[in-house]
Write a new protein. Structure first.
Length: 649
């Protein structure tokens, strides 16, 4: 199974590496299997949510990111700008919408795509309320009213895992409609909504000093949002109306700056009037364009309410008619605002607001964003059908900084760390510990990717995914080679490890620290012998790590300790933590940072271990780390999540 999946990955055009050979460890490496691969790249950019480093290098790991291929390529994914993109077209660096637990709510947050994968798997069709249809693999997980669930699974036996049933309800908003086609009818509709909503067009005549009449024609549109202004300018140009832009209003303490476009010719005036005429039998494209233009001109979505404001009853009535025709609950509120302005409001919460945004495609991003909004779902996405399609099709998945994304309106999962190994045909338990992937060309890649003129010289962190000084380093010496290259380049770097093997390179690291910013941190979760044997049976003794830290500090190398992870009821007693801190300071640690336990992506593996090691603690951990309500935390990167993962390993 493992070899099949490796060859499958190696043949993928989007694969990040190719399999070279499989080596069974002997002697000091007995019990380990090394999967030697040729990586395509080695330096990974960290997402903005990771403040302590910008880039990382990991020469040893299971796979770059999560690889549970899940969704059909056409599945629309919600982007941070309020638009959608098919999952097959998503690329690393794209910013999508994920979720984050915040008290009793789950909130939408921006989430950076770290990786994008594809393979071929058997397909299942999932049908839920509001005509929501998803095509996914059986391995994929969706968020339900009863926690994360795989598409298919079993209650007993080898395939046992939580899986969808017809009693479940998916968590999300509503399915995403198709975005509009940006044809000429859409453009005409947009210009009508925008210019009638907020433009100025007219003509007036005055007499010159000699008494002869002179007519002045004027078209002008002034906006604070340049996206809508640029779209209007482009559409007008397409229809033969050139415009010039100018500064209309300077920014002050009370209002933003405004820019405007204009044309003062009679021909343009006549052409614009023709373009914004009401349509007696409008097409669907014209109607969607009109709503988008009117929203950009006079719409907004403040305090969770989507509304339009205008004093012209005709434009409000026409907008309401179109919205109702499209299935929206749209009302014109009876109260008038100053100046006779009235508001048209769409009811139905964030589900209907997202549907409106995707269906009409307004230009102004700030009005479309839902980041920070709470996911309160009034509608029920009850699961109605789970059907195997009997075919294998290309499937795609993403790795994001939040560990999830929104697929056709439904909160969709992606995993980190131990779950990564499952794609390779391994398990997230023992296999993660003894099936080691080795990027044999790591040193050559670092040298190539840090070439002067190609590389910016940013700080590079090692140990964010797996320990750079794990046992494999004694055999392959890749970390040593990487340090040599970074030292040659005078590039800043940091190391996080559990292993005294780092002392092998103490002279090399000390030399590098004289020309660059270099640091070495040790993960020391406990000094308790019993706890160490139970939680880190394969890791070097914590006292040896502290002794190694003392030697590094004596050599002038900056260093510190990560007390990680603190296991409630096992290693987090005040006296236990104080003992680690005291010993760390005695060893010369310049910093000692505590890291609490979190279980994103590794909860099943950890809870299985806990049930065997400390069954009396299972109930309290179920309360502290419930599957449906994980602890509140900021959006995490793949790197910082994997950093804690290897500390657990």
């Amino acid at each position: 199974m493992a070899e099949f999946r490796w060859s499958q990955l190696a043949s993928s055009q989007d694969g990040l590496f190719e399999l070279s050979r499989r080596v069974v460890g002997r002697g000091a490496y007995q019990g380990l299997t090394f999967h030697e691969i040729e990586a395509r790249s080695i330096i990974s950019k960290a997402p903005p949510s990771t403040p302590w480093f910008g880039y990382s290098i990991n020469a040893y790991r299971g796979c770059s990111h999560s690889c549970t291929y899940c969704l059909a390529g056409h599945t629309p994914i919600l982007l941070a700008n309020g638009r959608t993109k098919a999952i097959a077209d998503i690329r690393p660096g794209d910013v999508v919408i994920g979720t984050q637990r915040d008290g009793s709510y789950r909130r939408f947050v921006e989430s950076v795509v770290l990786d994008h994968w594809s393979t071929i798997k058997p397909a299942y069709r999932i049908v839920a309320g509001h005509d929501t249809v998803l095509v996914a693999s059986g391995d994929h997980r969706f968020l339900t009213n009863r926690g994360w669930k795989h598409v298919v699974g079993a209650e007993y036996g080898p395939g046992q895992r939580p899986f969808l049933t017809l009693n479940n309800r998916l968590v999300g908003t509503t399915r995403f409609p198709d975005p509009p086609k940006e044809n000429e009818e859409y453009q005409r509709g947009y210009l009508c909504g925008m210019i009638r909503g907020d433009g100025s067009i007219g003509a007036y005549t005055y007499r010159r000093r000699n008494g002869s009449p002179n007519t002045v024609y004027r078209f002008r549109l002034a906006l604070t949002d340049l996206e809508a202004l640029a779209r209007t300018k482009g559409y007008l140009a397409h229809f033969g109306v050139p415009t010039t832009d100018f500064a209309f209003l300077k920014e002050t303490d009370t209002h933003r700056s405004m820019r405007a476009i204009r044309n003062s010719t009679r021909a343009a005036n006549d052409r614009v009037r023709k373009l914004i005429e009401w349509q007696e039998d409008p097409t669907e494209s014209w109607e969607l364009g009109f709503l988008a233009g009117f929203f950009d001109a006079e719409g907004g979505c403040s305090r969770g309410i989507l509304r339009f404001a205008n004093k012209d009853p005709e434009i409000l009535n026409r907008a309401q008619t179109i919205l109702v025709k499209r299935g929206f609950d749209a009302i014109i509120e009876p109260d008038r605002l100053p100046g006779g302005v009235r508001t048209l409001r769409i009811r139905g919460g964030i589900s209907e607001q997202l549907r409106f945004m995707v269906m009409t495609d307004p230009a102004i991003t700030r009005k479309r964003t839902i980041s920070g909004r709470a996911l309160k779902v009034a509608s029920k996405l009850d699961v109605r059908e789970i059907t195997p399609l009997g075919i294998e099709i290309p499937m795609y998945d993403l790795t994001t900084t939040t560990g999830d994304f929104i697929a056709n309106g439904v909160v969709s999962h992606n995993c980190f760390a131990r779950p990564t190994h499952e794609y390779l045909g391994f398990t997230m338990g023992n296999d993660f510990d003894n099936q080691i992937v080795v990027k044999t060309n790591a040193v050559e890649l670092v040298r190539a990717e840090t070439e002067p003129g190609r590389w910016s010289g940013d700080m590079i962190a090692m140990g964010t995914n797996t320990d750079p000084y794990q046992a494999a380093e004694g055999k392959y010496k890749l970390t040593k080679g990487i340090i040599e290259v970074l030292a040659e380049r005078a590039n800043d770097f940091s190391i996080l490890t559990k292993s005294p093997l780092v002392l092998r390179d103490i002279d090399l690291i000390a030399d590098a620290s004289r020309t660059s910013k270099v640091s070495v941190s040790f993960s020391v979760a406990t000094l308790d012998e019993d706890v160490w044997h139970r939680t880190e049976p394969g890791a070097p003794h914590p006292r040896k790590r502290l002794d190694a830290l003392a030697r590094l500090r004596a050599a002038g190398i900056p260093g510190g300790v990560m007390v990680a992870p603190l296991l409630p009821g096992i290693s987090d007693r005040p006296d236990q933590v104080a003992a680690v801190k005291s010993a760390a300071k005695e060893s010369g640690a310049e910093w000692v940072n505590e890291v609490k336990l979190h279980l994103r992506g590794v909860r099943p593996h950890f809870m299985t271990w806990l049930a065997a090691d400390s069954p009396d603690l299972v109930a309290s951990y179920e309360t502290m780390y419930p599957p449906r309500r994980p602890k509140k935390q900021k959006p995490t990167s793949e790197s910082d999540d994997n950093q804690l993962r290897f500390i657990l390993a």
